[in-house]
Design a protein around this ligand. Structure first.
Ligand code: HEC
Length: 188
């Protein structure tokens, strides 16, 4: 079994390896690979909850509705209701608000996700499922605005950008409890 200690040891080893590669101490040792380019690096990004690193650009629901219809509806349903029937069916994206603690919880972006910024991050990186990375940043802002607007979390006229999106208060923002896992003793 992979214990935490094993994991730390491996992570430490990997870090040491990548550090020595970064600082060029053992340049030709492995004899394969090419240096990563700045262009390649920009494809790898991750937006934390506070929205740091959100790109320039903006979008609103009216534009997002078109993008949704063209690129998302086939899997997530015309009305964001989900579509389990069609092969690679997509999840229901809205609804279920207040249902999480009931016997029939419905997990959606609206009912479950604590941060609006995660929606940008996830859609830009992973959707559409069949062509991830194909949407421009403006398209992603617009489709995010559309989903949030259909979920009645923002107004249909609200413009989403790097400043406004992090300020959107998600309905389940305070529905999570800390889970410190003391048995792993990570921080002591
Ligand atoms: C080819 C089918 C397909 C298309 C097209 C598609 N999706 Fe998805 N989507 C999925 C699948 C499958 C998942 C679940 C992926 C997983 O769990 O790893 C998903 C998950 C998601 C989720 C996370 C839902 C949750 O609650 O976890 C969001 C948000 C989302 N898609 C948005 C979009 C948007 C926006 C578009 C259009 C730009 C889109 N998707 C296009 C299939 C699709």
């Amino acid at each position: 079994m992979f214990t935490h200690k094993t994991f730390s040891a491996i992570a430490g080893l990997l870090l040491a390896t990548s550090l020595s590669a970064t600082y060029g101490q053992e340049p030709a040792r492995y004899g394969f690979g090419t240096p990563v380019t700045q262009e390649e690096l920009t494809k790898y990004f991750s937006i934390p909850a506070d929205g740091r690193g959100l790109p320039a650009g903006s979008g609103k629901a009216a534009d997002g509705a078109k993008i949704y219809a063209d690129s998302c509806a086939v899997c997530h349903g015309e009305k964001l209701e989900g579509n389990p029937a069609k092969g690679i069916g997509g999840d229901k994206l809205i609804g279920g608000r207040g249902s999480l603690a009931t016997k029939t919880p419905v997990k959606t972006v609206e009912s479950y996700w604590p941060y609006s910024t995660t929606l940008f991050d996830y859609v830009k990186r992973a959707m559409p499922f069949n062509a991830p990375g194909s949407l421009s940043d403006n398209d992603v802002y617009a489709v995010v605005a559309y989903i949030l607007s259909e979920a009645k979390i923002i107004k249909p006229t609200d413009v989403m950008d790097a400043k406004t999106l992090p300020k959107v208060a998600m309905p389940n923002r305070d529905g999570f409890v800390p889970d410190p896992r003391p048995e792993l003793d990570l921080y002591h």
